[in-house]
Design a protein around this ligand. Structure first.
Ligand code: ZN
Length: 111
């Protein structure tokens, strides 16, 4: 059994289960026009799957669904701790590299 069969996809027009070999995808992107989303750099994006081209065409004839509102990104404490850990590891690595470079230069130049 393939991974595609494990995830059951359904037609976004009729809700019928779409087979692995009998689907058609439709991607729609559009600019964000809401004033509060004016500085958001990414367009609104829809990715729909259909059982047939006819259903894709019927879906596209309808008004598009409202764009999903942009949620502000707020990092969790776990993500903040991971950032602190990564920066700390970087600082320690650069410090060890500086000590190693200094000792190598002293060994080459003064011994
Ligand atoms: Zn369908």
């Amino acid at each position: 059994m393939s991974d595609a069969q494990d995830i059951e996809s359904r037609c976004d027009y009729c809700g019928k289960v779409v087979s692995d070999r009998g689907w058609i995808g439709l991607e729609v992107s559009r600019p964000r026009v809401a004033p509060e989303e004016a500085n958001y750099p990414f367009p609104d994006y829809l990715n729909e799957i259909f059982c047939s081209q006819e259903h894709a065409a019927l879906w596209l004839q309808q008004p598009l669904p409202d764009p999903e509102p942009v949620k502000p990104y707020v990092p969790s404490w776990r993500e903040r701790l991971m950032d602190v850990g990564l920066v700390s590891a970087l600082v320690v690595t650069v410090a060890f590299a500086a000590v190693g470079l200094t000792l190598t230069l002293r060994w080459l130049l003064f011994d």
